[in-house]
Design a protein around this ligand. Structure first.
Ligand code: F6P
Ligand code: MN
Length: 336
């Protein structure tokens, strides 16, 4: 049983004592993220009763239709980091520009976040997520330079999954940990200690509606992964929820991969580097998996724009390697 069931706050205190060299500035950020997550979870749970389903009528900076819950969640996260000096600046999917947070002039961190991931699921009671990545501030650099960072510079990243339960997963230099919200106590309790991802899985997640539009390398991969090869447990089973966090969480626990390659409607891929690819890539690498844009490691990419998109393949190390083998050369094939 170990430490299962202890509160997030107690866990953070114990971790700081175990790792005296660990950065003490990250615990308070996690505590505020947990607080914001409880408020978002409550609103997601009662959205149909309090007029929070449906669209705002606007589009966000990357052209997605904004849902009422997207806007609500963004306000909750910004509020959670206003006037407490925890963050210097923040990038959010739901804000056109980065913001410098009031009271954060002397803070040592910047955060990029997707306050509600998978918002096409809001109105159908489907799984939703939230994603965050935290970088240490570069002294003397501009706020833009501080936000346009490669994923490998993160010191903390994670996600929250709003589903049958609300689960907060975070990764830092020490490992990857999951906390389930006990709704009656109103506390996140340790439920997943030292998460590691299986080396290979037997599930794949992708929007196959676009498969005829993919490059030949990715189509070859799809053919391979769905081929009949019982000895090697193929075909893989398809699981696709429409929320990256939910599909990634399955891969993290049970193995497998998620991929969203470029297609004519999304020539640079659909997902955003700073608040989707980089934080989830950090979590998956810490757990022993991989994240790539099809040819290069996601965590090595230095963004030039805050809302930059990227193709993404993420999950079990062997599965991502296999995908890269096919996608990096259109003529590459393996025997089916
Ligand atoms: O945030 C983007 C996102 O909503 C992901 O959570 C999800 O995996 C993907 O887009 C779904 O895109 P599509 O509807 O094109 O399959
Ligand atoms: Mn998202």
């Amino acid at each position: 049983m170990g430490r299962i069931g202890i509160t997030l706050n107690r866990f953070l205190v114990e971790e700081q004592a175990r790792h005296p060299d660990a950065d003490p500035g990250l615990g308070p950020i996690l505590t505020q993220l947990a607080y914001a997550s409880k408020i978002i979870a409550r609103e997601v749970g009662r959205a149909a009763l309090v007029g929070k389903l449906g669209l705002m009528g606007d589009r966000n900076a990357t052209g997605d239709s904004q849902k009422k819950l997207d806007v609500f969640a963004n306000e909750v996260v910004v509020d959670a980091f206003t006037s407490n000096g925890l963050l210097y600046a923040m990038v959010s999917e739901e804000m056109d520009n980065l913001v410098e947070l009031p009271g954060g002039e002397n803070s040592q961190y910047v955060m990029c976040c997707d306050p509600i991931d998978g918002s096409s699921n809001t109105d159908i009671n489907g799984s939703l997520g939230a994603i965050f990545g935290v970088w240490p501030r570069i002294p003397g650099a501009s706020v833009e330079e501080n936000c346009l960072r490669k994923g490998s510079d993160q010191v903390l990243a994670g996600y929250v999954m709003f589903s049958t339960s609300t689960l907060l997963v975070y990764a830092n230099a020490q490992g990857v940990y999951g906390f389930t919200l006990d709704r009656e106590l109103g506390e996140f309790l340790l439920s997943h200690e030292n998460i590691t991802i299986p080396q290979r899985g037997h599930y794949y997640s992708a929007n196959l509606g676009h498969s005829h539009e993919w490059g030949v390398g990715v189509r070859n991969y799809l053919q391979w992964v769905t081929a009949d090869d019982k000895e090697n447990q193929r075909p893989y089973s398809l699981r696709y929820t429409g929320a990256l966090v939910a599909d990634l969480h399955r891969s993290l626990i049970e193995g497998g991969l998620y991929f969203y390659p470029p297609d004519p409607g999304h020539p640079d891929g659909k997902l955003r580097l700073l608040y989707e690819g980089a934080p989830l890539g950090y979590v998956v690498e810490r757990a022993g998996g991989k994240a790539s844009n099809g040819t290069s490691r996601i965590l090595d990419i230095v963004p030039t724009k805050i809302h930059q998109r990227t193709p993404l393949v993420i999950g079990s190390a062997d599965d991502v390697d296999e995908y890269e083998h096919f996608s990096s050369g259109p003529t590459r094939k393996r025997p089916l």
